[in-house]
Design a binder for this molecule. Structure first.
Ligand code: ATP
Length: 945
């Protein structure tokens, strides 16, 4: 047997074979493979995975580093310097390019890997029938011959021949590009039919949009249709985001400006009588000094760090732009069940219909069921007192709930759990608790057919053979849906509705159950059989407590100026009660029903969306309208979803959030973020990380831009105003020295900022206005102040050191070099003190914890060691024209560099004061568009509906 090789699937036209023949060719049966046979086949054919084409090749990545106008300017400068015989200058410029490309390349490669790894973090599973039993297995373990069960929302795990279908529609756009779902059947198809016409096959990687089916797998992994075209697939490792794109644009504008200023400098220098070579060098140095070479790498690294931290906090990013969009999220629309609540349903109340005879309706009070969780331990009580024997009407209600059900109880050691939908699990547990044995009842009433639950229909029905041989349909679902199909007098209907309201007001999810006798020979069930004629059996009310961490997370969101809206398929009263427990419905009752929502015009909906926090009985298409309405209000909207029909809303939302555990494959494919724990608290964590990423980018900018501008200004001032002595222009810092600063200081100090810890007020300020430019007033003001101070300090110190060495009207070569070295050292020390001021946008270093980011000190340590080399190592003297400094010169440089600290303190004080004033002015109003103001408006509690 182990030598048996399955027929090569590609050579067989499976679509032209009848079901039975397909099954026998693949050596399987409708009851599936035996478990050990499946294991053997897995060993033979390997896992069901497609080796995807890698994101970007290393070469392409390298090219992307170099393909940047700023780099072109640098390369041209290097070539020019070489041509003019300035070999050292040329080589140093080249070294800048090579080093920056290398750093950028390595970092982006790592970032790309981190992002690629995300794809593997969202588990893919498949439901198979093996040895006659259904089980859920990792999709990678599916083998040829496996019988798979497909349901709406599933991703087809491998190519398969359909065995049975019910209203099956499959979205095959991943394969054929055809966006209209394909209608499937099981009949034989002509042998020469194209892929899109093979209606009796389901292809791996396509998505089931509606219906159910069983199918036998004919090919897995690379043998599938999708596997064969996998080289054409592109994994979502896109490393571009709106931010990187807008930065690239800024970069282009900057390049043009820098080149223009550099040319201007060359002109001025020539006019002032510079030797042509010196004039050219001045221009080149200026270009190199002003270009923020490290910036693209910093942005990519910040985003990648954000992605990794979010994944650790259970939010897996599927689309990179989400990392930055998350930071400006203004509204989060969340599902209730499982996300805000625990999804541990427990039946607490039972009520049987009057016509059912004895029941709990006598005093109008439902019967209570004790016990929580999935352990089948509990009893029936009325008004707190145990009910001795469970009445027959109650047993009939429990039986219906148990049979019209796909969930199973399972025991793992001492723990009890359920497999399947928790709502259904609760019904199984309740029956078991009160003595209606699940196994025995299922044997007594074998199931013949089923109409599965759908959120639109809000009910499920099953057809059974009763012990006497007659057939019966059981139905369960939302009370409104079920009551519309039962025969009931007006008064009785009103009493039933009152019971529903009463249970729902306590936050319970209420399900109604009904039954209807069916023709003796009927074997299949269709939608039309469910229209009417049912007898109401009763109601089951179940609790599903809020997650405590969701309550905390909602509070945190409110403090962060983020509105949280709950969207649920549940009853209005249930939703309102849970909304109150979660802190969503407060002063006035802001809860609305889906039917009401459907009637509103777009404008009315916008108004309603503003003031309503709880939406009940919401259909998926309402979600889409709601997202649009909120977006029309200028909000950045995050929306959760788990079902097939949530896909459009997830795509429309700025941040589509899917559920990793309970979500359908369809919803995960459409989402930007997948929560691996389905928990609302993880959305809050992701928003927090998103804000941090953005803050750190602003910090990096606030560091890099001023220092680059400062370096350029030093040259500019010198060329324009410094004297030309003996034919040689006096320069405070030479061209290669500027390159040195640029090469080591800027990179060593700016990269660590990407690791900076979260600002203390990160979740106590309003969301960032998405239209706010990254080059905000804050960054621009900082750039101006710091650049001017740095220029004044470096030039001032140079002049001081230079003129104190004047002897008899001349300065020795060594003294000149010493003065230049002192100026370079001042700039480096200045950057060291300044980077400490960039660590927080709001607080002083002492407040954020001096050692909270050790990378900063690694950077500073490395830089100081290199600078010591620069000052004292003889080969550096040759390369850069530096000279050893005296202790006095070091002290002077340090004192000058230290001036940045008080200046920054004043800047911060002024900025905070301004922000406070503007908050006071517009308290309750819209956010300002100034990063500085927003960043520093901490403490002020923003208003939210
Ligand atoms: P939320 O949006 O809070 O996550 P939901 O999406 O789970 O809620 P639905 O699953 O659409 O809401 O359920 C809507 C209603 O349908 C429920 O209030 C309940 O009455 C009924 N219902 C839920 N699950 C089932 C089921 N398996 N069988 C029959 N009826 C169900």
């Amino acid at each position: 047997m182990s030598q048996r090789v399955l027929p090569p699937s590609a050579e067989i036209a499976w679509h032209s074979l009848p079901v039975s023949e397909a099954l026998s060719r693949i050596e399987s049966a409708s009851s599936g493979l035996a478990i050990d046979e499946a294991a053997r086949r897995l060993k033979d054919v390997g896992p069901n995975v497609i080796q995807r084409a890698k994101g970007d090749s290393a070469l392409k990545l390298l090219f992307r580093q170099i393909n940047d106008p700023l780099i072109y300017v640098l390369l041209a400068s290097a070539a020019l310097a070489m041509i003019m015989g300035e070999a050292i200058d040329g080589s140093v410029v080249l070294a800048v390019v090579v080093l920056n490309t290398a750093i950028g390349f390595v970092q982006e490669l790592r970032a790309g890997k981190a992002i690629e790894a995300l794809a593997g973090m969202v588990p893919q599973s498949a439901t198979v029938v093996r040895g006659g039993e259904r089980s859920v297995i990792p999709a990678a373990d599916v083998v040829p011959g496996d019988v798979v069960v497909l349901e709406a929302g599933d991703k087809v795990p491998a190519d398969a021949r359909l065995l049975s279908v019910k209203n099956l529609h499959v979205d095959e756009s991943a394969l054929t590009g055809e966006s209209v779902p394909s209608d499937k059947h099981i009949d034989v198809v002509q042998e020469d039919a194209g892929v899109g016409d093979r209606k009796n096959l389901a292809f791996g990687g396509t998505l089931v949009t509606s219906g159910t089916a069983t199918a036998v797998v004919i090919a897995t992994g690379g043998g599938t249709e999708l596997g064969r075209i996998s080289s054409m697939l592109h994994e979502a490792t896109e490393i571009e985001t709106p931010l990187t794109r807008s930065m690239a644009k800024v970069g282009r504008v900057l390049t043009i400006a820098i080149v223009a200023v550099a040319l201007l400098i060359v002109g001025v220098a020539l006019l002032r009588g510079y030797p042509p070579v010196d004039a050219m060098l001045a221009g080149i140095s200026l270009a190199v000094a002003a270009i923020p070479e490290g910036l693209p790498a910093i942005i990519t690294i910040s985003l990648a760090i954000g992605v990794q931290r979010m994944a650790r906090r259970r939010a897996v990013i599927r689309k990179l732009p989400a990392v930055e969009t998350l930071g400006s999220t203004g509204v989060i629309c969340s599902d209730k069940t499982g996300t805000l609540t625990r999804n541990e349903m427990t039946v607490r109340a039972l009520w049987t219909a009057p016509s059912g005879g004895a029941g709990g309706e006598e005093d109008g009070q439902p019967l209570e069921v004790t016990g929580v969780g999935y352990a089948p331990i509990g009893e029936l009580r009325r008004g707190g007192a145990p009910v001795g024997e469970v009445p027959e009407a109650v047993r009939a209600l429990l039986r219906a709930g148990l049979l019209c059900n796909d969930a199973r109880m399972k025991r793992e050691g001492d723990a009890c759990g359920v497999e399947g939908d928790p709502t259904e699990g609760a019904l199984v547990v309740a029956a078991q608790k009160l003595g209606v044995d699940a196994e025995a009842t299922r044997r007594e009433y074998p199931r013949l057919d089923a109409v599965p639950f759908s959120s639109e229909r809000q009910l499920m029905a099953t057809l059974h053979e009763a012990p006497g041989g007659e057939r019966v349909i059981f139905m369960k679902g939302a009370p409104e849906a079920v009551l519309g199909r039962v025969t009931l007098g007006e008064a009785e209907r009103a009493r039933a509705m009152a019971q529903v309201e009463q249970m729902a007001a306590q936050g319970m999810r209420v399900l109604a159950a009904a039954a209807r006798p069916f023709g003796r020979d009927a074997a299949s069930l269709d939608e039309e059989h469910l229209a009417e004629g049912f007898e109401l059996l009763g109601l089951e009310g179940m609790i599903d407590p809020p997650r405590p961490e969701a309550i905390d997370a909602i509070k945190a969101c409110h403090e962060a100026g983020i509105t949280v809206k709950m969207i649920t398929g549940d009853h209005l009263a249930t939703a309102r009660a849970i909304g109150e427990q979660l802190g969503l419905v407060r002063d006035s009752a802001r809860a609305m029903n889906g039917t009401e929502l459907a009637r509103l015009s777009d404008d009315e909906l916008r108004a309603a969306a503003r003031s309503t926090n709880v939406f009940a009985r919401v259909a998926p298409e309402h979600k889409l309208r709601l997202v649009r309405a909120l977006q029309a209000e200028g909000k950045v909207v995050a929306m959760t979803g788990d079902g097939v029909n949530d896909a459009p809303a997830l795509k429309q939302a700025d941040i589509g959030v899917a559920m990793g555990i309970t979500g359908t494959a369809v919803s995960k494919e459409s989402a930007d973020v997948v929560l691996t724990d389905d928990n609302f608290a993880s959305i809050r964590a992701a928003v927090e990380e998103g804000r941090r990423v953005y803050d750190n980018l602003v910090k990096a900018l606030a560091f890099v831009l001023p220092t680059n501008l400062g370096e350029a200004l030093i040259l500019l001032v010198a060329v324009m105003t410094f004297p030309i002595i003996g034919g040689a222009p006096l320069m405070p810092i030479t061209a290669v020295q500027i390159l040195w600063v640029n090469l080591v200081a800027t990179v060593a100090l700016s990269l660590p900022l990407a690791f900076e810890a979260m600002e203390k007020d990160v979740m106590s300020r309003p969301p960032r206005d998405p239209s706010e430019p990254i080059l905000s007033r804050f960054v621009l003001v900082r750039t101006a102040i710091v650049a001017v101070l740095m220029t004044a300090g470096a030039i001032g110190l140079f002049l001081y050191e230079y003129f104190t060495e004047v002897r008899d009207g001349i300065v020795s070569e060594v003294a000149y070099r010493e003065a230049q070295t002192a100026a370079v050292t001042t700039v480096v020390l200045f950057q060291i003190f300044y980077v400490l001021n960039c660590r927080s946008l709001r607080d002083s270093m002492v407040k954020i914890g001096i050692f909270s980011n050790r990378w900063i000190y690694v950077g500073i340590g490395a830089l100081l060691a290199l600078q010591l080399c620069f000052v004292y190592a003889p080969f550096m003297h040759t390369l850069f024209g530096s000279a050893p400094l005296s202790l006095g010169a070091w002290i002077n440089s340090t004192l000058v560099a230290l001036t940045i600290l008080p200046v920054m303190s004043v800047e911060r004080w002024w900025r905070l004061r301004r922000a406070r004033r503007s908050t006071e002015r517009e308290r309750g109003g819209a956010a300002s568009s100034d990063v500085g103001a927003i960043v520093n408006r901490g403490g002020a509690s923003p208003s939210h509906p």
